[in-house]
Design a binder for this molecule. Structure first.
Ligand code: ADP
Ligand code: MG
Length: 378
């Protein structure tokens, strides 16, 4: 749903466009939100903790089943469309954005679904490549729509699995499970505490604010090297310590038994898990979150080395404006920051003035509210 629009506006808009493109009404309409991670970055693939919330920006999908065995994909936001015989859907065979949709299709077939022809239209207000997870909003909305339409009876964990396999195995982005878990499981007015070791979730009322996202407009390239490199380094660090994941490691072990790059990567993960827990305790007891969110940013900047000039500059501006916390969100190397406790107008003014002194694009701040997870809307 886009700002100011009601649900029924959104449903009629995508339904009308679907009818123009295909000559038919869709069988249904579903939406999946983008997400912001309040704290707990690069912890998901390390058996750690994270605390994301869903935002009121959505990827909407209109879907209709077809008699012929074809997958036809349209997007209002991306040029081109794709048509593939369902028998040709396999990893490596489909390029560009339709690979996310085809990946869901493939993962469902791999799970035993009898493939069925489909046509679908995607429309999204989640900015793409900004670290707000437009990719998982796309895979989750697709997975949920097929699950509902064909009454597959998949539960939340299975939908997360399907969406995650689509992105990691089919598209080939080595992502963790944070985005899909948040987008499937989120609840309005709450953040979602995810434990990636026990695979459990719990809802944490999110009453601090305002919550502001700042899109630096610097595009990351998740699918490529740096992210994969960080994952590899974390694996090497946990292997060196003799653990299955860094979740089991203590700060003392990291500081005494590791050195150099591996020590810094592992220290980020271990301290980040502790910061997630201190933030959850503060939110639950209504006390101050203290320095945890700023400390997360420093750790991502210095130990994990995934920040960039623009993200650091936004966090400095937020600090000067008296924020409760500010940090980069998502994989890093660009994308967005989250700022807690500064009015969006004030923050944007200060960002405009700080960035007008340096070359490049001016980051855009917008307020977000913790919202519901993926659901059927029409
Ligand atoms: P992020 O998840 O941070 O937004 P990613 O690089 O992981 O960034 O995913 C962005 C990709 O998701 C786009 O390049 C495109 O392939 C796909 N995508 C996102 N939004 C849409 C959309 N509205 N229609 C079609 N594809 C989309
Ligand atoms: Mg993504």
């Amino acid at each position: 749903m886009k700002n100011g629009q009601t649900l029924s506006d959104e449903v009629s808009k995508i339904t009308d466009r679907f009818a123009e493109l295909t000559g038919h009404q869709p069988d249904g309409v579903w939406e999946a939100p983008g997400r912001v991670n309040l704290i707990g970055e690069h912890t998901d693939y390390n058996g750690g903790l994270a605390l994301p919330f869903a935002i009121e920006r959505h990827t909407t999908i209109a879907l209709r089943s077809l008699e012929q065995a074809e997958l036809r994909c349209f997007s209002t936001d991306y040029p081109g469309w794709s048509l593939n015989p369902v028998s040709a859907i396999r990893p490596g065979a489909i390029d560009g954005w339709p690979a996310y949709v085809a990946g869901v299709f493939w993962a469902l077939v791999d799970k035993g679904w009898e493939p069925h022809g489909l046509e679908l239209l995607i429309s999204s207000s989640v900015p793409s490549g900004s670290g707000l997870s437009s990719s998982a909003a796309l895979t989750v909305s697709t997975a949920m729509s097929i699950n509902d339409r064909f009454e597959l009876g998949l539960g939340q964990d299975e939908l997360v699995d399907i969406a995650h396999r689509a992105e990691s195995e089919f598209v080939g982005a080595p992502v963790g499970r944070l985005d899909q878990t948040a987008i499937v499981g989120a609840r309005a007015s709450n953040a979602l505490l995810i434990d990636f070791e026990s695979h459990s979730i719990s809802h944490v009322p999110l009453k601090i604010g305002p919550l502001v996202v700042v899109d630096t407009k610097v595009k990351h390239a998740n699918v490529e090297g740096d992210y994969a490199q960080r994952r590899l380094e974390c694996e090497q660090a946990s292997n060196a310590l003799g653990y299955a994941s860094l979740r089991s490691a203590t700060l003392e072990e990291v500081e005494t038994r590791l050195s150099g790059t591996l020590q810094r990567r592992a220290r980020h993960v271990v301290t980040e898990n502790a910061r997630v827990m201190s933030t959850v305790d503060a939110l639950r007891s209504g006390t101050s979150v203290g320095d945890a969110i700023f400390a997360s940013h420093r750790s991502l900047r210095d130990d994990f080395e995934v920040s960039c000039f623009e993200l650091d500059a936004v966090v400095s501006v937020a600090e000067r404006c008296g924020a409760i916390g500010a940090r980069m969100v998502g994989g890093g190397f660009g994308g967005s920051a989250v700022v807690v406790g500064v009015e969006v107008e004030l923050l944007q003014r200060e960002i405009d003035s700080a960035f007008s002194k340096v070359a490049g694009v001016i980051p855009e701040a917008f307020e977000v509210k913790p919202s519901a997870g993926a659901r059927r809307i029409g």
